[in-house]
Design a protein around this ligand. Sequence first.
Ligand SMILES: NC(=O)c1ccc[n+]([C@@H]2O[C@H](COP(=O)([O-])OP(=O)(O)OC[C@H]3O[C@@H](n4cnc5c(N)ncnc54)[C@H](O)[C@@H]3O)[C@@H](O)[C@H]2O)c1
Length: 439
Amino acid sequence: MIEKGVRIEKPRGKLGVLLVGLGAVSTTFIAGIEAVKRGLALPVGSLSQFGTVRLGKRTEGRSPKISDFVPLAQLEDLEFASWDVFEDDAYTAAVKAGVLEMSLLDQLRPVLEDVRPYPAVFDNRYVKRLDGTHVQEGRTKWDLAHQLMDQIRSFQREKKVDRMVMVWCGSTEVFLEQGPVHEDVPALEEGLKNNDPEIPSSMIYAYAALKLGIPYANGAPNLTVDAPAFQQLALDEGVPVCGKDFKTGQTLMKTIVAPGLKARLLGLSGWFSTNILGNRDGEVLDDPGSFRTKEESKLSVLEYILQPEHYPDLYGDFYHKVRINYYPPRRDDKEGWDNLDIFGWLGYPMQIKIDFLCKDSILAAPIVLDLVLFLDLAKRAGMSGIQEWLSFYFKSPMTLPELYPEHDLFIQLMKLKNTLRYMRGEEQITHLGLDYYES
Ligand SMILES: NC(=O)c1ccc[n+]([C@@H]2O[C@H](COP(=O)([O-])OP(=O)(O)OC[C@H]3O[C@@H](n4cnc5c(N)ncnc54)[C@H](O)[C@@H]3O)[C@@H](O)[C@H]2O)c1
Protein backbone atom coordinates (compact mmCIF):
# COMPACT_ATOMS: atom_id res chain seq x y z
CA MET A 1 0.00 0.00 0.00
CA ILE A 2 1.21 3.51 -0.75
CA GLU A 3 1.02 5.48 2.45
CA LYS A 4 0.68 9.02 1.22
CA GLY A 5 -0.14 8.89 -2.47
CA VAL A 6 1.17 11.31 -5.02
CA ARG A 7 1.73 15.02 -4.48
CA ILE A 8 -0.92 16.84 -6.49
CA GLU A 9 -0.88 20.58 -6.97
CA LYS A 10 -4.15 22.33 -6.22
CA PRO A 11 -6.19 23.45 -9.25
CA ARG A 12 -5.72 27.20 -8.83
CA GLY A 13 -7.13 29.69 -11.35
CA LYS A 14 -8.69 28.94 -14.70
CA LEU A 15 -8.24 25.96 -16.99
CA GLY A 16 -8.11 26.66 -20.73
CA VAL A 17 -9.67 24.02 -22.97
CA LEU A 18 -8.13 24.13 -26.44
CA LEU A 19 -10.46 22.42 -28.89
CA VAL A 20 -9.16 21.66 -32.35
CA GLY A 21 -12.27 21.54 -34.51
CA LEU A 22 -15.44 23.36 -33.54
CA GLY A 23 -17.93 20.83 -34.90
CA ALA A 24 -20.62 18.62 -33.42
CA VAL A 25 -18.62 17.20 -30.50
CA SER A 26 -16.94 20.45 -29.44
CA THR A 27 -20.10 22.54 -29.58
CA THR A 28 -22.15 19.90 -27.75
CA PHE A 29 -19.45 19.85 -25.10
CA ILE A 30 -19.19 23.64 -24.70
CA ALA A 31 -22.95 24.21 -24.74
CA GLY A 32 -23.34 21.36 -22.27
CA ILE A 33 -20.87 22.88 -19.83
CA GLU A 34 -22.62 26.25 -20.07
CA ALA A 35 -26.02 24.59 -19.57
CA VAL A 36 -24.82 22.65 -16.53
CA LYS A 37 -23.24 25.77 -15.02
CA ARG A 38 -26.62 27.49 -15.27
CA GLY A 39 -28.51 24.55 -13.79
CA LEU A 40 -30.36 23.92 -17.07
CA ALA A 41 -29.28 20.28 -17.45
CA LEU A 42 -27.21 17.53 -15.89
CA PRO A 43 -23.78 16.28 -17.07
CA VAL A 44 -25.06 12.75 -17.62
CA GLY A 45 -22.41 10.24 -18.72
CA SER A 46 -19.54 12.00 -17.00
CA LEU A 47 -17.54 9.96 -14.51
CA SER A 48 -15.81 13.05 -13.16
CA GLN A 49 -19.19 14.60 -12.27
CA PHE A 50 -21.28 11.60 -11.21
CA GLY A 51 -18.83 8.77 -10.50
CA THR A 52 -17.97 7.46 -7.06
CA VAL A 53 -15.01 5.43 -5.91
CA ARG A 54 -15.20 2.81 -3.21
CA LEU A 55 -12.42 3.04 -0.65
CA GLY A 56 -11.31 0.40 1.83
CA LYS A 57 -13.48 -2.51 2.90
CA ARG A 58 -17.17 -2.82 2.07
CA THR A 59 -17.93 -2.56 5.78
CA GLU A 60 -16.37 0.92 5.94
CA GLY A 61 -19.07 2.50 3.81
CA ARG A 62 -16.65 4.94 2.16
CA SER A 63 -17.64 5.76 -1.42
CA PRO A 64 -16.93 9.43 -2.06
CA LYS A 65 -17.70 11.13 -5.33
CA ILE A 66 -14.62 11.17 -7.56
CA SER A 67 -14.84 14.96 -7.62
CA ASP A 68 -14.54 15.03 -3.81
CA PHE A 69 -11.77 12.45 -3.76
CA VAL A 70 -9.28 14.01 -6.20
CA PRO A 71 -8.76 17.75 -6.74
CA LEU A 72 -10.37 18.45 -10.12
CA ALA A 73 -10.90 21.79 -11.80
CA GLN A 74 -14.43 23.17 -11.47
CA LEU A 75 -16.70 23.69 -14.47
CA GLU A 76 -16.85 27.40 -13.58
CA ASP A 77 -13.09 27.61 -14.19
CA LEU A 78 -13.13 26.36 -17.79
CA GLU A 79 -12.36 28.79 -20.64
CA PHE A 80 -12.60 27.68 -24.27
CA ALA A 81 -10.43 28.32 -27.31
CA SER A 82 -10.88 26.61 -30.67
CA TRP A 83 -9.65 26.33 -34.25
CA ASP A 84 -11.70 25.47 -37.32
CA VAL A 85 -11.63 25.76 -41.10
CA PHE A 86 -15.04 27.45 -40.88
CA GLU A 87 -15.47 30.87 -39.32
CA ASP A 88 -18.71 30.00 -37.49
CA ASP A 89 -18.81 30.82 -33.80
CA ALA A 90 -19.88 28.08 -31.37
CA TYR A 91 -23.56 29.12 -31.55
CA THR A 92 -23.73 28.97 -35.36
CA ALA A 93 -21.66 25.78 -35.47
CA ALA A 94 -23.94 24.15 -32.86
CA VAL A 95 -27.04 25.13 -34.84
CA LYS A 96 -25.51 23.63 -38.00
CA ALA A 97 -24.46 20.47 -36.16
CA GLY A 98 -28.11 20.01 -35.20
CA VAL A 99 -27.44 18.02 -32.05
CA LEU A 100 -28.95 20.25 -29.37
CA GLU A 101 -32.39 21.79 -29.39
CA MET A 102 -32.75 25.41 -30.43
CA SER A 103 -34.58 26.18 -27.19
CA LEU A 104 -31.43 25.30 -25.25
CA LEU A 105 -28.99 26.92 -27.69
CA ASP A 106 -30.95 30.17 -27.66
CA GLN A 107 -30.67 30.42 -23.89
CA LEU A 108 -26.89 30.10 -24.24
CA ARG A 109 -26.52 32.20 -27.36
CA PRO A 110 -24.39 35.11 -26.06
CA VAL A 111 -21.82 32.91 -24.35
CA LEU A 112 -21.61 30.56 -27.34
CA GLU A 113 -21.22 33.45 -29.77
CA ASP A 114 -18.19 34.51 -27.77
CA VAL A 115 -16.35 31.33 -28.73
CA ARG A 116 -14.91 32.16 -32.14
CA PRO A 117 -12.41 29.80 -33.73
CA TYR A 118 -8.91 30.78 -34.75
CA PRO A 119 -8.17 29.98 -38.40
CA ALA A 120 -7.21 26.34 -38.77
CA VAL A 121 -3.89 24.79 -39.61
CA PHE A 122 -5.37 22.70 -42.35
CA ASP A 123 -4.43 20.92 -45.54
CA ASN A 124 -7.09 19.27 -47.63
CA ARG A 125 -4.66 16.46 -48.57
CA TYR A 126 -5.27 14.97 -45.11
CA VAL A 127 -9.07 15.45 -44.98
CA LYS A 128 -10.27 15.15 -48.55
CA ARG A 129 -13.98 15.77 -48.05
CA LEU A 130 -13.45 19.13 -46.38
CA ASP A 131 -12.72 22.53 -47.84
CA GLY A 132 -12.64 25.66 -45.76
CA THR A 133 -11.37 29.17 -46.17
CA HIS A 134 -10.66 30.00 -42.54
CA VAL A 135 -7.10 28.72 -42.74
CA GLN A 136 -3.74 30.03 -41.55
CA GLU A 137 -0.98 30.82 -44.02
CA GLY A 138 2.55 29.76 -43.21
CA ARG A 139 5.71 29.11 -45.22
CA THR A 140 6.51 25.89 -43.39
CA LYS A 141 4.85 23.53 -40.95
CA TRP A 142 7.42 24.72 -38.43
CA ASP A 143 6.16 28.30 -38.89
CA LEU A 144 2.56 27.10 -38.51
CA ALA A 145 3.42 25.32 -35.26
CA HIS A 146 4.94 28.53 -33.91
CA GLN A 147 1.91 30.55 -35.02
CA LEU A 148 -0.26 28.14 -33.03
CA MET A 149 1.98 28.58 -30.00
CA ASP A 150 1.63 32.36 -30.29
CA GLN A 151 -2.16 32.04 -30.45
CA ILE A 152 -2.21 29.77 -27.42
CA ARG A 153 -0.05 32.19 -25.46
CA SER A 154 -2.23 35.14 -26.40
CA PHE A 155 -5.40 33.22 -25.41
CA GLN A 156 -3.75 32.44 -22.08
CA ARG A 157 -2.93 36.09 -21.48
CA GLU A 158 -6.29 37.39 -22.64
CA LYS A 159 -8.41 34.99 -20.58
CA LYS A 160 -5.95 34.92 -17.68
CA VAL A 161 -5.76 31.16 -17.83
CA ASP A 162 -3.51 29.27 -15.45
CA ARG A 163 -3.25 25.85 -17.15
CA MET A 164 -4.46 24.31 -20.43
CA VAL A 165 -5.43 21.01 -22.05
CA MET A 166 -5.78 20.39 -25.81
CA VAL A 167 -8.33 17.93 -27.22
CA TRP A 168 -8.40 16.97 -30.89
CA CYS A 169 -12.08 17.18 -31.92
CA GLY A 170 -11.20 17.80 -35.55
CA SER A 171 -12.02 15.54 -38.47
CA THR A 172 -10.48 12.13 -39.01
CA GLU A 173 -7.44 12.42 -41.26
CA VAL A 174 -6.40 9.95 -43.96
CA PHE A 175 -4.60 6.80 -42.89
CA LEU A 176 -0.89 7.34 -42.27
CA GLU A 177 1.73 4.75 -41.40
CA GLN A 178 4.49 5.60 -39.03
CA GLY A 179 7.61 6.57 -40.97
CA PRO A 180 11.18 7.84 -40.40
CA VAL A 181 10.02 11.43 -39.82
CA HIS A 182 8.01 10.27 -36.78
CA GLU A 183 10.89 8.30 -35.27
CA ASP A 184 12.35 10.91 -32.94
CA VAL A 185 12.11 14.59 -32.03
CA PRO A 186 15.01 15.84 -34.25
CA ALA A 187 13.53 14.02 -37.29
CA LEU A 188 10.11 15.49 -36.56
CA GLU A 189 11.48 19.02 -36.18
CA GLU A 190 13.48 18.63 -39.38
CA GLY A 191 10.31 17.42 -41.11
CA LEU A 192 8.33 20.41 -39.84
CA LYS A 193 10.96 22.73 -41.29
CA ASN A 194 11.03 20.82 -44.62
CA ASN A 195 7.25 20.54 -44.97
CA ASP A 196 7.44 16.76 -44.90
CA PRO A 197 4.15 15.39 -46.38
CA GLU A 198 4.07 12.68 -43.69
CA ILE A 199 3.30 15.37 -41.09
CA PRO A 200 -0.45 16.05 -41.17
CA SER A 201 -2.15 19.05 -39.55
CA SER A 202 -2.99 17.14 -36.36
CA MET A 203 0.72 16.65 -35.65
CA ILE A 204 1.38 20.38 -35.99
CA TYR A 205 -1.19 21.13 -33.27
CA ALA A 206 0.14 18.31 -31.08
CA TYR A 207 3.70 19.56 -31.46
CA ALA A 208 2.65 23.09 -30.46
CA ALA A 209 0.77 21.79 -27.41
CA LEU A 210 3.49 19.50 -26.15
CA LYS A 211 6.22 22.12 -26.63
CA LEU A 212 4.17 24.43 -24.40
CA GLY A 213 3.73 21.68 -21.79
CA ILE A 214 0.02 21.30 -22.56
CA PRO A 215 -1.58 17.83 -22.14
CA TYR A 216 -3.09 16.43 -25.34
CA ALA A 217 -5.98 14.02 -25.93
CA ASN A 218 -6.63 12.57 -29.37
CA GLY A 219 -10.36 12.15 -30.00
CA ALA A 220 -9.94 10.87 -33.56
CA PRO A 221 -8.15 7.75 -34.82
CA ASN A 222 -5.34 9.83 -36.36
CA LEU A 223 -1.76 8.61 -35.76
CA THR A 224 -0.62 11.90 -34.14
CA VAL A 225 0.74 11.34 -30.61
CA ASP A 226 1.06 7.58 -31.18
CA ALA A 227 4.27 8.29 -33.06
CA PRO A 228 7.48 7.76 -31.04
CA ALA A 229 8.66 11.35 -31.61
CA PHE A 230 5.59 12.65 -29.76
CA GLN A 231 5.90 10.17 -26.96
CA GLN A 232 9.49 11.25 -26.49
CA LEU A 233 8.46 14.90 -26.59
CA ALA A 234 5.72 14.24 -24.01
CA LEU A 235 8.25 12.70 -21.63
CA ASP A 236 10.86 15.40 -22.28
CA GLU A 237 8.35 18.17 -21.59
CA GLY A 238 6.62 16.35 -18.70
CA VAL A 239 3.26 16.27 -20.44
CA PRO A 240 0.52 13.61 -20.18
CA VAL A 241 -1.03 12.41 -23.46
CA CYS A 242 -3.80 9.97 -24.27
CA GLY A 243 -5.84 8.64 -27.17
CA LYS A 244 -7.17 7.64 -29.46
CA ASP A 245 -10.67 7.88 -30.95
CA PHE A 246 -13.46 8.54 -28.46
CA LYS A 247 -15.27 5.36 -27.52
CA THR A 248 -18.93 6.14 -28.21
CA GLY A 249 -21.78 4.39 -30.04
CA GLN A 250 -21.18 1.01 -31.54
CA THR A 251 -17.70 0.40 -30.16
CA LEU A 252 -18.90 1.30 -26.68
CA MET A 253 -21.59 -1.37 -27.06
CA LYS A 254 -19.01 -3.85 -28.35
CA THR A 255 -16.79 -3.37 -25.34
CA ILE A 256 -19.80 -3.84 -23.05
CA VAL A 257 -21.20 -6.96 -24.75
CA ALA A 258 -18.00 -8.81 -25.77
CA PRO A 259 -16.58 -9.06 -22.21
CA GLY A 260 -19.92 -10.58 -21.14
CA LEU A 261 -19.81 -13.24 -23.87
CA LYS A 262 -16.24 -14.02 -22.98
CA ALA A 263 -17.02 -14.18 -19.27
CA ARG A 264 -19.64 -16.88 -20.02
CA LEU A 265 -17.34 -18.52 -22.60
CA LEU A 266 -19.94 -18.33 -25.34
CA GLY A 267 -18.41 -18.75 -28.79
CA LEU A 268 -18.51 -16.22 -31.61
CA SER A 269 -18.64 -17.07 -35.30
CA GLY A 270 -19.41 -13.62 -36.68
CA TRP A 271 -20.03 -10.00 -35.75
CA PHE A 272 -21.33 -7.72 -38.46
CA SER A 273 -21.60 -4.02 -37.61
CA THR A 274 -23.03 -1.34 -39.82
CA ASN A 275 -23.83 2.31 -39.19
CA ILE A 276 -25.66 5.13 -40.86
CA LEU A 277 -24.90 8.70 -39.90
CA GLY A 278 -25.39 12.01 -41.59
CA ASN A 279 -23.25 14.60 -39.85
CA ARG A 280 -20.04 16.16 -41.16
CA ASP A 281 -18.06 13.39 -39.48
CA GLY A 282 -20.07 10.90 -41.55
CA GLU A 283 -19.31 12.86 -44.70
CA VAL A 284 -15.58 12.92 -43.95
CA LEU A 285 -15.66 9.18 -43.21
CA ASP A 286 -17.24 8.59 -46.60
CA ASP A 287 -13.77 9.19 -48.01
CA PRO A 288 -11.95 5.82 -48.16
CA GLY A 289 -8.71 7.32 -46.74
CA SER A 290 -10.40 8.67 -43.62
CA PHE A 291 -12.57 5.53 -43.29
CA ARG A 292 -9.48 3.32 -43.34
CA THR A 293 -8.13 5.19 -40.29
CA LYS A 294 -11.48 4.68 -38.52
CA GLU A 295 -11.80 1.06 -39.60
CA GLU A 296 -8.39 0.13 -38.15
CA SER A 297 -9.50 1.69 -34.89
CA LYS A 298 -12.85 -0.12 -34.78
CA LEU A 299 -11.69 -3.58 -35.84
CA SER A 300 -8.98 -4.31 -33.28
CA VAL A 301 -11.36 -4.14 -30.30
CA LEU A 302 -12.80 -7.68 -30.52
CA GLU A 303 -9.47 -9.42 -31.12
CA TYR A 304 -8.06 -7.96 -27.94
CA ILE A 305 -11.10 -8.62 -25.77
CA LEU A 306 -11.75 -12.16 -26.97
CA GLN A 307 -8.10 -13.29 -27.11
CA PRO A 308 -8.48 -15.98 -29.82
CA GLU A 309 -4.98 -17.23 -29.05
CA HIS A 310 -6.16 -18.37 -25.61
CA TYR A 311 -9.60 -19.61 -26.73
CA PRO A 312 -9.12 -21.04 -30.25
CA ASP A 313 -12.29 -23.18 -30.09
CA LEU A 314 -14.47 -20.21 -29.17
CA TYR A 315 -12.91 -17.23 -30.92
CA GLY A 316 -10.30 -18.66 -33.28
CA ASP A 317 -12.30 -18.09 -36.45
CA PHE A 318 -14.85 -15.31 -36.13
CA TYR A 319 -15.74 -13.03 -39.02
CA HIS A 320 -15.74 -9.32 -38.12
CA LYS A 321 -16.91 -6.59 -40.45
CA VAL A 322 -17.53 -2.88 -39.79
CA ARG A 323 -19.27 -0.54 -42.22
CA ILE A 324 -20.07 3.16 -41.99
CA ASN A 325 -22.47 4.73 -44.46
CA TYR A 326 -23.01 8.45 -44.88
CA TYR A 327 -26.76 9.04 -44.86
CA PRO A 328 -27.53 12.78 -44.60
CA PRO A 329 -31.15 12.62 -43.32
CA ARG A 330 -29.99 11.16 -40.01
CA ARG A 331 -27.60 14.04 -39.22
CA ASP A 332 -26.02 13.37 -35.80
CA ASP A 333 -28.55 10.66 -34.90
CA LYS A 334 -26.54 7.64 -35.81
CA GLU A 335 -28.04 4.19 -36.05
CA GLY A 336 -25.72 1.30 -35.43
CA TRP A 337 -26.84 -2.26 -36.18
CA ASP A 338 -24.96 -5.26 -34.91
CA ASN A 339 -25.66 -8.85 -35.77
CA LEU A 340 -23.82 -11.37 -33.62
CA ASP A 341 -23.71 -15.05 -34.50
CA ILE A 342 -22.77 -16.80 -31.30
CA PHE A 343 -22.76 -20.43 -30.20
CA GLY A 344 -23.27 -22.20 -26.91
CA TRP A 345 -23.24 -25.67 -25.34
CA LEU A 346 -22.33 -28.32 -27.95
CA GLY A 347 -21.88 -25.59 -30.54
CA TYR A 348 -25.61 -24.77 -30.88
CA PRO A 349 -26.00 -21.44 -32.74
CA MET A 350 -27.80 -18.36 -31.42
CA GLN A 351 -28.08 -14.76 -32.58
CA ILE A 352 -28.05 -11.38 -30.90
CA LYS A 353 -29.26 -8.21 -32.66
CA ILE A 354 -28.45 -4.78 -31.35
CA ASP A 355 -30.00 -1.67 -32.82
CA PHE A 356 -28.53 1.35 -31.09
CA LEU A 357 -30.21 4.61 -32.03
CA CYS A 358 -27.60 6.78 -30.49
CA LYS A 359 -26.59 10.40 -30.55
CA ASP A 360 -22.88 10.42 -31.18
CA SER A 361 -22.03 13.81 -29.80
CA ILE A 362 -24.24 13.32 -26.74
CA LEU A 363 -22.07 10.31 -25.94
CA ALA A 364 -18.82 12.08 -26.82
CA ALA A 365 -19.30 15.34 -24.86
CA PRO A 366 -18.94 13.84 -21.35
CA ILE A 367 -15.81 12.04 -22.56
CA VAL A 368 -14.29 15.38 -23.56
CA LEU A 369 -15.12 16.81 -20.13
CA ASP A 370 -13.61 13.88 -18.23
CA LEU A 371 -10.47 13.88 -20.38
CA VAL A 372 -9.96 17.60 -19.83
CA LEU A 373 -10.32 17.28 -16.06
CA PHE A 374 -8.32 14.05 -15.69
CA LEU A 375 -5.48 15.18 -17.96
CA ASP A 376 -5.22 18.40 -15.98
CA LEU A 377 -5.17 16.32 -12.78
CA ALA A 378 -2.46 14.06 -14.23
CA LYS A 379 -0.33 17.05 -15.13
CA ARG A 380 -0.68 18.53 -11.63
CA ALA A 381 0.23 15.10 -10.23
CA GLY A 382 3.49 15.16 -12.24
CA MET A 383 2.46 12.33 -14.59
CA SER A 384 3.77 12.40 -18.13
CA GLY A 385 3.73 10.37 -21.35
CA ILE A 386 0.98 7.84 -22.17
CA GLN A 387 -1.88 7.81 -19.65
CA GLU A 388 -3.07 4.24 -20.03
CA TRP A 389 -5.52 4.66 -17.15
CA LEU A 390 -7.63 6.81 -19.49
CA SER A 391 -8.11 3.86 -21.92
CA PHE A 392 -11.73 3.79 -20.70
CA TYR A 393 -12.51 6.65 -23.07
CA PHE A 394 -10.96 5.36 -26.29
CA LYS A 395 -11.55 2.90 -29.11
CA SER A 396 -7.79 2.41 -29.61
CA PRO A 397 -6.16 3.01 -26.24
CA MET A 398 -2.53 4.07 -26.37
CA THR A 399 0.02 1.81 -24.70
CA LEU A 400 3.74 1.20 -24.85
CA PRO A 401 4.58 -0.83 -27.99
CA GLU A 402 5.35 -3.97 -25.95
CA LEU A 403 1.94 -3.93 -24.22
CA TYR A 404 -1.39 -4.89 -25.72
CA PRO A 405 -4.20 -2.41 -25.13
CA GLU A 406 -6.94 -3.25 -22.65
CA HIS A 407 -10.34 -2.86 -24.36
CA ASP A 408 -12.70 -4.42 -21.81
CA LEU A 409 -14.71 -1.47 -20.48
CA PHE A 410 -14.94 -2.96 -16.99
CA ILE A 411 -11.21 -3.62 -16.66
CA GLN A 412 -10.61 -0.11 -18.01
CA LEU A 413 -12.88 1.36 -15.33
CA MET A 414 -11.11 -0.61 -12.62
CA LYS A 415 -7.77 0.63 -13.92
CA LEU A 416 -9.00 4.22 -13.88
CA LYS A 417 -10.37 4.02 -10.34
CA ASN A 418 -7.29 2.17 -9.08
CA THR A 419 -5.14 4.95 -10.51
CA LEU A 420 -7.18 7.50 -8.56
CA ARG A 421 -6.78 5.36 -5.40
CA TYR A 422 -3.05 5.16 -6.07
CA MET A 423 -2.83 8.94 -6.45
CA ARG A 424 -4.49 9.38 -3.06
CA GLY A 425 -2.57 6.61 -1.28
CA GLU A 426 -5.64 4.41 -0.85
CA GLU A 427 -5.48 0.63 -1.01
CA GLN A 428 -6.18 -1.05 -4.37
CA ILE A 429 -9.42 -3.01 -4.45
CA THR A 430 -8.87 -6.65 -5.47
CA HIS A 431 -12.45 -7.90 -4.88
CA LEU A 432 -10.98 -10.95 -3.09
CA GLY A 433 -13.15 -10.49 -0.02
CA LEU A 434 -12.17 -13.73 1.76
CA ASP A 435 -11.26 -11.84 4.90
CA TYR A 436 -14.94 -10.97 5.51
CA TYR A 437 -15.60 -14.70 6.06
CA GLU A 438 -12.60 -15.46 8.26
CA SER A 439 -13.53 -15.74 11.89
N1 LIG B 1 -19.05 12.04 -32.22
C1 LIG B 1 -18.52 10.93 -31.76
O1 LIG B 1 -19.15 10.19 -31.07
C2 LIG B 1 -17.11 10.59 -32.08
C3 LIG B 1 -16.63 9.38 -31.62
C4 LIG B 1 -15.31 9.03 -31.88
C5 LIG B 1 -14.51 9.90 -32.57
N2 LIG B 1 -15.02 11.05 -33.04
C6 LIG B 1 -14.14 11.91 -33.80
O2 LIG B 1 -14.13 13.19 -33.24
C7 LIG B 1 -13.91 14.13 -34.29
C8 LIG B 1 -14.98 15.20 -34.21
O3 LIG B 1 -16.25 14.65 -34.48
P1 LIG B 1 -17.48 15.59 -34.85
O4 LIG B 1 -18.68 14.75 -34.91
O5 LIG B 1 -17.45 16.80 -33.99
O6 LIG B 1 -17.07 16.01 -36.34
P2 LIG B 1 -17.43 17.40 -37.09
O7 LIG B 1 -17.15 17.11 -38.52
O8 LIG B 1 -18.76 17.91 -36.69
O9 LIG B 1 -16.36 18.41 -36.49
C9 LIG B 1 -15.01 18.36 -36.84
C10 LIG B 1 -14.58 19.78 -37.10
O10 LIG B 1 -13.17 19.78 -37.28
C11 LIG B 1 -12.87 20.76 -38.23
N3 LIG B 1 -11.51 20.49 -38.72
C12 LIG B 1 -11.08 19.53 -39.54
N4 LIG B 1 -9.74 19.61 -39.69
C13 LIG B 1 -9.32 20.64 -38.92
C14 LIG B 1 -8.06 21.20 -38.65
N5 LIG B 1 -6.96 20.73 -39.22
N6 LIG B 1 -8.01 22.25 -37.78
C15 LIG B 1 -9.13 22.73 -37.20
N7 LIG B 1 -10.36 22.25 -37.44
C16 LIG B 1 -10.44 21.20 -38.29
C17 LIG B 1 -13.97 20.62 -39.27
O11 LIG B 1 -14.10 21.78 -40.05
C18 LIG B 1 -15.17 20.36 -38.38
O12 LIG B 1 -15.87 21.56 -38.07
C19 LIG B 1 -13.92 13.34 -35.59
O13 LIG B 1 -12.61 13.04 -35.98
C20 LIG B 1 -14.62 12.08 -35.22
O14 LIG B 1 -14.25 10.98 -36.03
C21 LIG B 1 -16.31 11.43 -32.80
